[in-house]
Design a protein around this ligand. Sequence first.
Ligand code: NAD
Ligand code: LMR
Length: 320
Amino acid sequence: ALQGSFAPKAWKANQESCRGLQPVASYKVAVLGAGGGIANVKGVAADLSHCNTPPHVQDFTGASELGSCLKGVNVVVIPAGVPRKPGMTRDDLFNINANIVKTLVEAVADNCPDALIHIISNPVNSTVPIAAEVLKQKGVYDPKKLFGVTTLDVVRANTFVAQKKNLKLIDVDVPVVGGHAGITILPLLSKTKPSVSFTDEEVEQLTVRIQNAGTEVVEAKAGAGSATLSMAYAAARFVESSLRALDGDGDVYECSFVQSDLTDLPFFASRIKLGRNGVEALIPSDLGGLYEYEEKALEALKPELKASIEKGIAFVQKQP
Ligand code: NAD
Ligand code: LMR
């Protein structure tokens, strides 16, 4: 695991001017499972500590150091667990990752119950409900502070749509709703910004590519794991957005898999507004005025997403 301290305003001020800095808030971020796909965690910490960026990076190893890693932390990012190999679904990771996420979230509840928790470990559609149940059992569940990280779906949707429609990448924003596995990943191309029209064929092709993008990487890596670099980019974006929101920026929007009343499912990914206390609002307007293809896909994803959520809840509730 890694811990880093970061002061968004100090960083911004430092970038903008060389004059003296005002005292500013500083935040701690912990990454649980930080050595994944790259190196031994001590090596990762040594490597990162040479960057001329503000965070002070510390490494922690093993269960005995988990409490020290989590003390005073504002944001906990959890990518710990095993990745897919070709031929596997994300749900095939449940048997190993469910217990890893449960154990780590218990430690979060004991050491930093007020932290925002970003769950990356798959299957996200089940690991987020697992985390919620653990936090409930510990009496510290705040639904506004628990997030399934689906940023990579948005990153992919933006990239593929910009390529297909020859748009300036920086301008493109496609909300992705539902969950984070197969058909539960639903890009809302009808809500693409800037406004752009798609043929029915383009909608289908782009949707299927975005839904299968994780598998595209798993197959290309041929047994050596799943997305790590684009995931690191997506996780950095979501953490930075969270820190900006904690720091009082009133204009922070991201998609995430959170407790939700936008549909009849208890958890659902949608665009959310982030604030000082986590989720400040869900954005229901994205679900209105959908293409017919999207309407059907939304109904079609619900049974699978419901089953994955229930599997996660049952995993914790059935434990002695
Ligand atoms: P990896 O095997 O490279 O790294 C996983 C890390 O977790 C390793 O360092 C391992 O030591 C650590 N770990 C395992 N059990 C642990 C425990 N009990 N406590 C602390 N650390 C533990 O895998 P990866 O490629 O980094 O993928 C990790 C997870 O993230 C997988 O489940 C993968 O499916 C998921 N993932 C999700 C997304 C997403 O968009 N949400 C994207 C990419 C990967
Ligand atoms: C992804 O979308 O890349 C991750 O969920 C990893 C995977 O197994 O596809």
